[in-house]
Design a protein around this ligand. Structure first.
Ligand SMILES: NC(=O)c1ccc[n+]([C@@H]2O[C@H](COP(=O)([O-])OP(=O)(O)OC[C@H]3O[C@@H](n4cnc5c(N)ncnc54)[C@H](OP(=O)(O)O)[C@@H]3O)[C@@H](O)[C@H]2O)c1
Length: 328
């Protein structure tokens, strides 16, 4: 049994972290294909910060509450759900609504808790796993033996990308902005590049060029990425922390037969997300169970302290994932 109302963290109005406030909300009712999850933990992601600031609206039909991933127990489901039973523990990709005691998602966007992970670690997994798999493996077509560069190497996304690429047999390079962050990258078996002191273009060119680059920085990095790529290299853009507009010499793309692409996860169809989930179940979950891919938790905050969690993320001092503990 579960109550009619719940505690959630809502965005009072677009702005700074203090706009996150506790509120009473109705417990969401699962539709035909959805499950209702009682949360143990919610993951915090940079897109939550952008949503709170008014720069990333939820897609039509999604909850206005922030929160793109969680772990917890299934407590109810729609009539069309056959995959799950009540009482099963899952982690799930959410279209929004994760900063709350209960959340709904499409039944096919939930996955079992991978063997060996805590509920806190499992909550920190879906957003990065879906994003990295779809952009590095599906779109970026990374294969064993290739050279892979990821920017923002100690972000939640970056650490998942490093480990997934290593598990696929790639040689991995990652950029970060401090010696401490570089140490964390090296501990995952990748070559760290401190971008404040070193030139990633030079390092990659000396290594033979990157076959794939996953970039969340954009701006001045875009023409430099193009220079760092090997022939037939691919550049996948997933964010533009430094801005989306640049002047670019397209002749280099032609001469080196490069592919420039990108994607955002949240607005994709339920079917597309279910297809990614299927691949995660079959390919990434065994890598996690084998211990070759893991989750690094930077810090844990109570749900009521979500504003503190956002402030921590905005310092960019974190290494790995920030989570909110929802249930004691
Ligand atoms: N396209 C998609 O589907 C998708 C899905 C999820 C997330 N994303 C994006 O992927 C990125 C990583 O997400 P996350 O949740 O893993 O974020 P995160 O943990 O907050 O990491 C972002 C990191 O980027 C680095 N960075 C470089 N330039 C920056 C700048 N100008 N401003 C702020 N940080 C900068 C920082 O590390 P240094 O100190 O080393 O610079 C920072 O730690 C975000 O931009 C997010 O919006 C995209």
């Amino acid at each position: 049994m579960f109550p009619d109302s719940m505690t959630a963290i809502e965005i009072a109005s677009p702005g700074a972290a203090d706009q996150l406030r506790s509120a009473d909300r109705p417990v969401p009712v699962p539709t035909h294909d959805q499950i209702l999850i009682r949360l143990d933990y919610a993951g915090v992601n940079r897109p939550d910060v952008f949503q709170r600031a008014g720069a990333y609206d939820p897609p039509p039909g999604a909850s206005d509450l922030p929160g793109l991933e969680c772990s917890g127990e299934i407590v109810a489901m729609g009539a069309g759900v056959t995959r799950w039973q009540k009482g099963e523990k899952v982690c799930a990709l959410l279209p929004g609504g994760g900063y709350a005691e209960y959340a709904v998602c499409h039944a096919d966007h939930a996955l079992r808790i991978p063997k060996g992970l805590s509920m806190a670690e499992a909550a920190a997994l879906p957003e990065t796993a879906f994003t990295v798999w779809s952009n590095v493996v599906q779109r970026g077509r990374l294969t064993g033996g290739e050279r892979f560069l990821v920017h923002g190497g100690t972000s939640g996304i970056g650490m998942m990308a490093i480990q997934t690429a290593r598990a696929l047999g790639a040689r991995v390079f990652a950029t970060a902005g401090s010696p401490e962050k570089c140490k964390a990258i090296e501990a995952l078996g990748a070559t760290a590049i401190n971008y404040r002191e070193q030139d990633f273009v030079k390092i990659l060119r000396e290594a033979g060029g990157a076959d794939l680059i996953l970039d969340m920085v954009g701006g001045s990095y875009i023409p430099r990425n193009i220079k760092a790529l090997a022939q037939d290299g691919r550049l996948v853009m997933i964010a533009f922390l430094e801005g989306p507009k640049v002047e670019l010499n397209f002749a280099q793309i032609m001469a080196n037969r490069l592919t420039v692409t990108g994607s955002t996860l949240r607005p994709q169809s339920d079917v597309a997300k279910a297809e990614i989930a299927d691949q995660l179940r079959k390919q990434l979950w065994p890598m996690i169970a084998a211990g070759s891919v893991g989750v690094t938790i930077d810090s844990e905050f109570a749900l009521a302290d979500a504003a503190e969690a956002h402030r921590r993320m905005e310092t960019s001092e974190h290494i790995g994932k920030i989570v909110l503990k929802v249930r004691a």
